[in-house]
Design a protein around this ligand. Structure first.
Ligand SMILES: *Cc1c(COP(=O)(O)O)cnc(C)c1O
Length: 422
């Protein structure tokens, strides 16, 4: 397989952008492939290699690359302008749909990224409760702002910098940590600290490999937070619209106080959303005194793509389709793992899956024990056979509605060939 053009572009890029990339997760040694185009389940690099894509831009592309419905809706919308700096009726339409789908959202605000959404959600929790501390789950990732860059997952863990340089200790002294799936640690921490405004977590962890909540974990933390006047923030930037139309809160029947959304919500365009009850959300300016603002917020193109995507998901019952595809893929890979003598396992949940070099982790500490170098070895072997997994043991693979039965069969075959010659 040829990678000459990617290699040459990388040599130029690395002198223009740190690591040659616009976001650290994209950097893989010795160099990443550079994309020329993408359609459906396939991503095509500048050297003409065509990969079956399970990265799917790290989650947003639930309908696959460039789905016709979304492209058509966006093209039509572009004729009306791209940005107004005024309210639009589309914001109302999309907000109505989201408040109907999400038990924890009666009022919301549109922003531009998931990072922005969690940043605003935490400020809101502090402003609403008058308390300063926040509790975060170890290894969870909530974007790249100061308060949450402590034991952060995703690229931060992949590159060995879960606690970023440049974040003063005073800025994060109010960020406390608990392990995932550990209700006792949470109870103890909250009872010791009376100044906790909120617990923020990914209800299903997707940034420190894929880690599932144990039976009753989410229900228990809902109870513990409510009893201690601590707000519960579900960061559903990955799980929102993916695990169900109404997110993990619908799937598990647990209602958070504040929810953040992103990724799928923008249908392939930048978006973030945060919302909660009216009582909480009316603390946001100009209704209230917690400030948050943005030039591009409520961008009509992102809203068009997101609104079209979510309606399409519901109308065509996409969740059951992609969950079945994922189930088939995971069980096929599971059969192969049985046959080979390699310490690895496969986990999946709805349309997400993860191949772990080690046992399925239950928290961040266990995820750190996975053999991440072996994952990267597999990553390159798969890539040579034109299957693209995200280049880190700590990322989750995503299945889209564009993945065909043929894609799945081919992927199982390729994973088999790779693991058997590992
Ligand atoms: C991706 C992600 C974010 C950050 O979203 P951006 O749009 O990249 O800023 C926040 N939370 C979770 C759970 C994510 O997976």
């Amino acid at each position: 397989m040829k990678h000459d053009k990617s290699r040459n572009l990388y040599d130029v890029a690395v002198n223009l952008m740190p690591g040659g990339v616009s976001s650290p997760v994209r950097a893989v040694k010795p160099y990443p492939f550079f994309t020329a185009s993408a359609k459906g389940s396939k991503i095509i690099d500048v050297d003409g290699n065509e990969y079956i894509d399970y990265c799917m831009a790290y989650g947003p592309l639930i309908l696959g690359h460039s789905p016709d419905e979304v492209v058509n809706a966006v093209n039509e919308k572009l004729d009306d302008g791209t940005l107004y700096g005024t309210p639009t009726e589309l914001e109302i339409e999309y907000a109505k749909l989201i408040t109907k789908l999400y038990a924890g959202i009666d009022m919301l605000r549109f922003v531009n990224t998931g990072s922005e959404a969690t940043m605003a959600a935490l400020r809101l929790a502090r402003g609403f409760t008058g308390k300063n501390k926040i509790v975060k789950v170890e290894g969870s990732f909530h974007g790249a702002h100061d308060a949450v860059l402590v034991k952060a997952g995703s690229g931060a863990t992949t590159h060995g910098i879960p606690n970023s340089a440049g974040v003063p200790a005073e800025f994060v002294k109010n960020t406390l940590q608990v392990p995932y799936n550990d209700t006792e640690a949470l109870t103890e921490l909250i009872e010791k600290n009376k100044d906790v405004a909120a617990l923020i977590l990914e209800p299903v962890m997707g940034n420190s490999a894929l880690i599932l909540p144990e039976e009753r974990y989410l229900k228990e933390i809902r109870k513990i937070t409510a009893e201690n006047d601590v707000l519960l923030i579900f960061d559903e930037v990955i799980t929102g619209f993916r695990v169900a139309a109404g997110g993990a809160q619908e799937y598990f029947g647990v209602k958070p106080d504040i929810t953040t959304l992103g990724k799928v919500a923008g249908g392939g365009f930048p978006i973030g959303i945060y919302g909660g009850s009216k009582e909480i959300m009316e603390n946001i300016a100009p209704a209230g005194s917690v400030y948050q603002a943005g030039t591009f917020s409520g961008n009509p193109i992102s809203l068009t793509a997101g609104y079209t995507t979510v309606n399409y998901l519901i109308k065509n019952n996409i969740h059951s389709l992609i969950n079945n595809i994922t189930e088939n893929l995971a069980s096929g890979i599971g059969d192969i793992i049985q046959e080979v003598d390699i310490n690895c396992s496969i986990g999946h949940f709805t349309s997400m899956f993860c191949l772990y070099f080690g046992d399925k982790p239950r928290d961040y500490a266990e995820a750190l024990n996975l053999e991440k170098d072996r994952f990267i070895k597999l990553y390159w072997m798969l890539l040579e056979k034109e299957v693209f997994f995200p280049p880190s043991q700590y990322e989750t693979c995503f299945v889209s509605a564009a993945h065909s039965g043929e894609d799945i069969d081919r992927t199982i075959e390729v994973v088999g060939e790779c693991l058997k010659s590992f």
